[in-house]
Write a protein that binds this ligand. Sequence first.
Ligand SMILES: Nc1ncnc2c1ncn2[C@@H]1O[C@H](COP(=O)(O)OP(=O)(O)OP(=O)(O)O)[C@@H](O)[C@H]1O
Length: 228
Amino acid sequence: MIDLENVSKSYDKGQPAVSHATLHVDKGEFVFVVGSSGSGKSTLIKLLLKELDATAGTIVVNGQKLNTMKRRQIAKYRRKLGVVFQDFRLLKDRNVYENVAFAQRVIGRPTRVIRKRVPEVLTEVGLAEKYKSPVTELSGGEQQRVAIARALVNRPDILLADEPTGNLDPQTALEIMKLLEEINDRGTTVLVVTHNKDVVNKLKKRVLTMRKGAIISDEQEGGYHYEA
Ligand SMILES: Nc1ncnc2c1ncn2[C@@H]1O[C@H](COP(=O)(O)OP(=O)(O)OP(=O)(O)O)[C@@H](O)[C@H]1O
């Protein structure tokens, strides 16, 4: 599902942000990516989204080789990936329903499909009853649920989350990570970048640890143990 072979990414002359990373993630896996600030986690996500190109090595996602992907194929490729960020990135002047429906409208889904799919996905994230609420009236945890619903609305194969609980209190953070776990249980491959030590130690998933761009450990049922 995700294959990196000896991947490096340098921004400039300095040390590479990602360095000789080799990684294989199977369909249906749940993977945490941890490591101190600047260790290359967000760069890894950007490489997977093809927002950045690797300077060396090969990346294959969903059977598609990113190195040689044509510019015109990128939008279609990204539709099969859901993405969630720390700062939610919602449309602040729209309600919950509109925030999720928007992702379907931009790809030209018919209105009748949108009317069926949006309530479905809002139910999956536990927000069905708040569909009319302006997003500015929601708690941080609820806003992240909207962002997760938007990420899932096109039924992606892979969900990428970059620090999804960074703005949330510990209890809400745990609830959001449990939601990601449920989404994974329903078959979506999930990769989560996080600094949330407690959650990583509690959920006992596969844990990749990065340091200075390199993947320095890869453990099944792993824990959060690196020196900052
Ligand atoms: N656009 C950029 N131009 C130049 N250097 C960059 C750029 N983005 C990131 N870097 C550098 O690449 C390295 C890895 O950064 P990256 O954002 O991937 O780390 P991170 O592990 O996600 O950090 P954090 O936990 O703070 O988000 C850092 O040294 C950073 O300064």
